[in-house]
Structure formats: C-alpha cells, structure tokens
Design a protein around this ligand. Structure first.
Ligand SMILES: C[S@@+](CC[C@H](N)C(=O)[O-])C[C@H]1O[C@@H](n2cnc3c(N)ncnc32)[C@H](O)[C@@H]1O
Length: 290
C-alpha cells in the first residue's frame, strides 16, 4: 500500500521537520523490506495509510491515522459552493437551537443545505459516518464482516417512517440544485421541501416553527453596506410573517441585532473556521419579538 508521512512539533530542538518525515519514512520502508521484502510507495495526494510524527522537547510519538478524511466530512457533500458550513458546525447549530423533530424547521437561506440535512439526519437517527469511508478500512487487521454488520445495524436504526416537516429555500438556483444533489446521494430526496425564492418575498411554511440559518455576511459573501440594508428588511419580514417562531441566525457580522433593531434572547459565540460569529436567538411573538 501507499503511505504518506508528515511531522508536527512543539518546542522541538530539531529544526527540519521534513528531514524527520524522511527519516521516519525510511524506517517504515526498512521495516517492510526486512520483514516482507517489499517496499511501500509514497503517495502524497491520496495515500492508503497516513502516518504522523509528533515531537516536543522530550518525546517523539508516531501515530497512524485511523480516520482518513477529517471527521466532519460525512461523505454526502458533493458540492463546492461558496461558504458552506462544516457539517459538524451545522449539526451543532441544530442542537443549540434545541429543535425537536416534531417542530417545523426552515432554513430560508440554505445554500447547499447543510443545516437542514444535518437536522434530517438527527430526526431520522442516521449515523453521521454512514456515508463515508475511514482510513482504518485499509488496515490489514480490519474485519470487513464486523464493520458491515455495524453498518447494517446503523441502517436498521434509521427511522424512515418519521416524516419531519423540514423546509429549505435559497435565492440562488445553483444552491438548491446542490442541496438536492447532496440529499439524493443519501436517497432522502423526498424528506425536505425546497423553494427557490427571495426569502423576503415568501410566506412562512407553517404557523410556528424554528428557523436556523447561516446568513450571508461581509467577510465571505456580501459587502457590509448591502447587509446594512438587508437586516432591517429581514427584521420587518420576521415581524410580519414569523410570529410564534424561534429564529436562530449564525452571523459573523456582530452589528446584526442592532441593525435589525431586535434584541436577541441569546448570543452564543461560535467560530466558523477563523471567523468569530454569534448564533443569535430571536423569539418572535405577534407584532414584535420578546
Ligand atoms: C452563507 S450562505 C449559506 C450556506 C449554507 N449554510 C451551507 O452550509 O451551504 C448564505 C446563502 O444565502 C443565500 N441568500 C442571500 N440572500 C438571500 C435572500 N434574500 N433570500 C434567500 N437566500 C438568500 C445565498 O444565495 C447563500 O446561498
């Protein structure tokens, strides 16, 4: 099989980390030559086995990566749209909103649909790693049959009979196409109702429910002056159409509540990558918000 070695260090006196990777790679290759008379090849792009060296001032540790792709990647995402949320962050937003699967859920600016898909997975009890592969599947002591059994059980645990009320909308048709593609990969196409419209022009999908959305914000998508105009319109739209809804907006633009003239009942600090954000909670009641 192919290997890739990398090295990271803290307070280590050895200066060339590349040299350490090289020495460790030689050691691994020597081991295979001595014991099996065959030498693993190096593949830097897509190796079968990733090996990580870690050094500090006193110790050297060597790790084999059992995951492969980072664990937030669930395997359903086929898109490369702008600014998608990481799956684990979207899932965290659903948990923080305390959305219960009996409640109507709506992401009015859904992008590639990460939030609604994560909510659906929660509602139907879908194991997060079910659609991806793991590096340990390449290990020689990996038992395919045992793993297949675990996956089989996870599939049996999916509660497909439950039909949650989940709605998603985006102004950009490409986003809707991506979201549908991601969902169809899991063969769950019929579980989320999509709409392609300006959020400010559509009515609420239900009399009450939970909105969770990741707003466009200055740093990554839109410029800040555009948003200054958008926030008051958004606030007015929520007041007119979303009485009895709990609304959760993730934004990196900390001016947002002030510009909306709505007082959030919660402001939860969250980092979206390196961008410091807040998850703002607005509890809407008739004519205003509480
Ligand atoms: C930050 S992205 C959302 C990313 C999404 N959470 C994901 O994980 O892919 C913001 C989205 O808001 C959409 N959007 C912006 N203004 C909108 C509007 N007035 N109505 C509906 N969607 C809008 C954009 O097209 C974009 O897809």
């Amino acid at each position: 099989m192919t290997i890739k070695l990398s090295t990271s260090a803290i307070n280590c006196q050895l200066k060339s980390l590349n040299f350490i990777s090289l020495k460790a790679k030689d050691a691994v290759c020597d081991y295979f030559m001595d014991n099996y008379q065959i030498r693993p090849n190096v593949n830097k792009q897509n190796p079968d086995i990733r090996i990580l060296n870690f050094l500090n001032q006193h110790e050297y540790s060597i790790y084999i990566d059992t995951s492969g792709d980072t664990l937030f990647k669930r395997g359903y995402r086929k898109d490369k749209l702008e600014a998608p949320l990481k799956e684990n962050l979207a899932s965290a937003l659903v948990f923080l909103s305390n959305w219960q699967r009996e409640e109507t859920l709506f992401d009015p600016m859904c992008g590639s649909g990460t939030i609604v898909i994560e909510a659906l997975m929660k509602a139907l009890n879908i194991a997060p790693g079910l659609f991806r592969r793991f590096a340990f599947e390449k290990f020689t002591n990996f038992y395919q049959r045992d793993f297949d059994q675990l996956k089989h059980q996870a599939k049996l645990d999916i509660d497909k009979s439950f039909k949650p009320l989940i709605y998603a909308n985006d102004i950009d048709i490409r986003a809707i196409k991506q979201a549908k593609l991601n969902l169809s990969y899991m063969k769950l196409g019929e579980y989320i109702k999509f709409n392609n419209n300006d959020f400010l022009k559509i009515k609420a999908p239900d009399v009450s429910g939970v909105i969770i959305s990741n707003l466009p914000y200055g740093v990554r998508l839109d410029d800040l002056t555009k948003l200054e105009k958008f926030y008051p319109q958004l606030a007015q739209h929520l007041k007119n159409n979303y009485a009895n809804w709990r609304c959760y907006f993730l934004s990196g633009d900390l001016r947002m509540p002030k510009l909306m003239r709505l007082k959030p009942s919660k402001k939860i600090p969250i980092f979206n990558g390196s961008i410091e954000c807040r998850l703002f909670e607005f509890i809407m009641v008739s004519g205003s918000n509480r």
